[in-house]
Design a protein around this ligand. Structure first.
Ligand code: NAD
Length: 497
């Protein structure tokens, strides 16, 4: 039975009119243009933000560049205080941010609280990280020589932050570059400029981060390519950190490469779970339901297909369908809601289309399959043929495909034939079997008896193949630094000339 949560509609936050952050100043777009941000659940106006162009972006890059040297040279003790203060301020604003995430991105309370606690933890880890050794003492065949390999910041990092895990992924895209001595220009998704950008600017400003260390430029969808041009062409930008889809990465990466700039790409996935015939099926069904339906399927690590040993497939599927029918759906501002709205009408249409294509080709919908407004029912399908998009592409809706397999080998082959490689799980009572299966999978992350949605600030999250490259959180050290080799000769060396 589906429980609908919106018997009483929570009141909305009054529409707030934001400025953007450039060089420590809160400013409007140079041409004064603004963009309305609407609530995906009911289309009420959540906020207005500046609709910038490339000219605003150029100012933001200039401010970031001007601030970079001083920021890189700031004493660790001072940086530590700033990161710790930012964590405290973030937590003190929890209620407001939970609400903003619901009203701007349709995010339920569970995921919103996770986003805040994860981000505060990231900031506190960064505060400790600034005291970590910053390089190595090298051995050398030259007598009396002192040689080091020291990590140096790149300069300005341009961070494209997404709407889907808006707050946590924006902190992720800012903290590692900052901790390594870079300054940042954030270009949040036009669907979530407040939670994926401006709120972070407010918190870092209040914490006392120097002017220009973080700059936030908001814009309309039409201006995205133009704003991005500044990042490719401005020589101060040394790295483009993109979190989004593989399709957009295919536009950005060649342009960055032509400008000989580094990219870090955190992209989508077609994440799969193998359920072995010895698995605890209740636990497996709960793990799959969470992996598939959390945040209504709009997380890059959501599971899209579950490969179940044929002998237990019917029993497992029945349990999964029962769970799918129990999640409260409706207004994400209501704390009991589990399944809120998809972000746009386009996202709903894409999900409907994918299900229609699959059913036309012979698939069966076991539960769900319909949208009420933008709230899409948790959906389970079976008999999905290999030639439809649901068998290889992320829907970004709460949809899971069940597929029976006859052996572990068949499951491993099916997972590896896909083009993505972000997150994978296997459920089994035999840990050795789980490790054996997981080690054969081409994926940035593999988990035994854990959900595909699995992340901690210190974990090396990231993808292989079409899921991108580079690692997020505080393990992305190499991505945001260059190594400088330094030698010092203490005695005059005999030279051959
Ligand atoms: P998207 O690819 O549509 O990217 C949107 C971003 O690209 C926006 O900032 C937009 O302004 C910008 N953009 C659009 N056209 C552009 C152009 N021509 N030039 C430059 N920039 C342009 O992604 P999305 O739909 O917003 O996000 C969802 C995707 O992100 C999913 O595929 C999801 O799996 C992925 N994702 C991955 C991770 C990860 O850590 N691996 C995390 C979150 C989301």
């Amino acid at each position: 039975m589906t429980i609908t949560s919106s018997s009483t509609t929570p009141t909305r936050t009054e529409t707030r009119h934001y400025s953007q952050l450039i060089g420590g100043e809160w400013v409007q777009a140079l041409d004064g243009a603004t963009l309305e941000i609407t609530n995906p659940y009911d289309d009420s106006v959540f906020a207005t933000v500046p609709a910038s162009t490339r000219a605003d972006t150029e100012q933001a890059v200039r401010a970031a560049s001007a601030a970079q040297k001083e920021w890189a040279e700031m004493l660790p003790a001072t940086k530590q205080q700033l990161f710790l203060r930012a964590a405290d301020i973030l937590e003190s604003r929890t209620a407001e941010i939970v609400r903003a995430l619901a009203e701007e991105t349709g995010c339920g309370a569970g995921f919103a609280h996770f986003q805040i606690s994860w981000s505060a933890n990231l900031l506190r880890q960064a505060a400790g990280w600034v005291y970590q050794p910053n390089g190595e003492l090298l051995r050398t065949d030259n007598f009396h020589t002192f040689a080091t390999a020291e990590r140096k910041p790149l300069g300005v990092v341009a961070s494209f932050t997404p709407w889907n895990g808006a707050h946590v992924l924006a902190w992720r895209a800012v903290v590692a570059p900052l901790a390594t001595g870079n300054t940042v220009v954030v270009k949040p998704s036009e669907l979530a400029p407040v939670t994926a950008g401006l709120l972070i600017g407010e918190i870092l400003t209040e914490a006392g981060f120097p002017k220009g260390t973080v700059n936030i430029v908001t814009h309309s969808p039409e201006a995205a390519a133009d704003v991005a041009e500044e990042f490719y062409e401005n020589p101060a930008v040394r790295c483009i950190y993109f979190t989004g889809s593989a399709n957009t990465a295919r536009i950005i990466a060649p342009k960055a490469a032509a400008a000989l700039k580094r990219t870090v790409l955190e992209l989508g996935g077609y994440n799969q779970i193998i359920v072995a015939d010895d698995a605890d099926l209740d636990h497996a069904a709960k793990t799959v339901a969470f992996s598939a339906f959390f945040h209504q399927g709009q997380i890059c690590m959501n599971a899209r297909r579950v490969l179940v040993h044929r002998t237990v497939c019917a029993e497992f599927t029945e349990k999964l369908v029962q769970l799918a029918q129990q999640f409260p759906q409706g207004d994400p501002s209501d704390p009991i809601t589990v399944i809120g709205p998809l972000i746009t009408d386009g996202a709903v249409q894409k999900t409907v289309q994918a299900i229609e294509d699959a059913t036309r080709a012979g698939a069966r919908v076991l539960t769900g399959g319909k949208a009420n407004g933008r709230v899409f029912e948790p959906t389970v399908l079976i008999d999905v043929p290999a030639n439809v998009s649901l068998a290889s592409e992320e829907t970004f809706g709460p949809v899971i495909v069940v597929h029976p397999i006859d052996s572990d080998e068949e499951g491993v082959a099916m997972v590896n034939e896909g083009s993505y490689g972000l997150s994978f799980s296997v459920m089994t009572a035999d840990i050795g079997r789980g490790i054996n299966i997981s080690q054969q999978i081409d994926s940035g992350a593999v988990h035994v008896n854990a959900p595909t949605i699995n992340d901690e600030p210190q974990s090396p999250n990231g993808g292989v193949k079409d899921s991108g490259w580079g690692r997020s959180g505080l393990s992305g050290l190499d991505d945001f630094t260059e190594i400088r080799w330094t030698t010092v000769e203490m005695k005059k060396r005999e030279l051959p000339l």
